[in-house]
Design a protein around this ligand. Structure first.
Ligand code: CP
Length: 311
């Protein structure tokens, strides 16, 4: 597993997740959703810091809800870029060293790709990467793969198509690194010319002999896909408005396209969406993106319980 930390110590990159760890998280998430009261004291007496340097609805609030439901306490810095001492020039390393003195776990979202790797140098409690720049969002991969496992009954032998901004997004990377570990999975990537799949991920798939193809049209993949993973063009990461406009609005999943999908296919999206899935598609039984967001709560509860037990 390279030089990655154990998934029982920190959550930094999705390459850390072994099939055994995923099984443990998913089975515990199922138990928690079936009987949440049984876990209401799992974090009693623990303090979890949520440190968000970038905006978030789902990740921050599902983590904070998860901590509260497990009986823990939250200390939080929303908009940490301005509201924490980062605004005075404090480094990530120093901030994390200090927060480790006040909290039993740290959940951090940051705009730099390598922020959670920098934080590892000084953290002395479990650290959870809640999204780092363009690079990774490993707990999103946990809930994405959990949703596939629940909806399809397997995470093997699937044709997975990822559509949208694969250069600036981070959820595609985290998801693909996990699903590429399972036998029989093949991938399609559909992206605007200026938002193609990152070279590092392509090299990883080639080195591991995982089958994948790059496409320019959703129509190329719509009828054979088992898991369609739509993503947003990440406007906030474009320095040049013209480049954003070139990429925006190219791929929109309409009701007509959904009707051409396999009956047992599922549609996922990490959310928020802009216009890449027509609202009329929400009524189709294959649309699972709101269940996926709900699953984030159960999966994050399970992850927190496992990290609290082991540390
Ligand atoms: N999927 C996701 O990370 O959503 P938020 O940005 O709202 O947390």
């Amino acid at each position: 597993m390279g030089n990655y930390p154990s998934p029982y110590t920190h959550t930094i990159l999705s390459q850390q997740f072994t099939p055994e760890f995923l099984k443990e998280v998913f089975e515990l998430a199922d138990k928690i959703r079936a009987n949440p009261k049984e876990y209401q004291d799992a974090l009693r007496g623990k303090v979890v810091a949520t440190l968000f340097y970038e905006p978030s609805t789902r990740t921050r609030l599902s983590f904070e809800s998860a901590i509260a439901k497990l009986g823990g306490a939250v200390i939080s810095t929303e908009n940490a870029r301005e509201a924490s001492s980062a605004s005075k020039g404090e480094t990530i390393e120093d901030t994390i060293r200090i927060i480790s003195m006040y909290a039993d776990m740290i959940v951090m979202r940051h705009y730099e790709d390598d922020a959670s790797l920098k934080a590892l140098a000084t953290v002395s409690v479990p650290l959870i990467n809640a999204g780092s720049g363009r690079s990774q969002h490993p707990t999103q991969a946990l809930l994405d793969v959990y949703t596939i496992w629940r909806e399809r009954g397997t995470v093997e032998d699937l044709e997975i198509s990822v559509v949208g901004d694969l250069l600036n997004g981070r959820t595609c990377d985290s998801l693909v690194y996990v699903l590429a570990k399972f036998p029989g999975n093949t991938f399609n990537f559909v992206a605007p010319d200026n938002c193609s799949l990152k070279e590092g991920l392509k090299e990883h798939l080639e080195e591991n002999k995982v089958e994948f193809k790059e496409h320019k049209a959703i129509e190329d993949i719509i009828e054979t896909t088992d898991v369609l993973y739509m993503t947003r063009v990440q406007k906030e990461r474009f320095g040049d408005e013209k480049e954003y406009e070139k990429a925006a609005g190219q791929y929109i999943l309409t009701k007509g396209l959904v009707e051409r999908m396999k009956k047992d296919a599922i549609i996922l999206h990490p959310l928020p969406r802009v216009d890449e899935i027509a609202v009329e598609a929400d009524l189709d039984s294959r649309a699972k993106y709101f269940e996926q967001a709900q699953n984030g709560l159960w999966v994050r509860m399970a992850l927190l319980v496992i990290l609290a037990r082991r540390n």
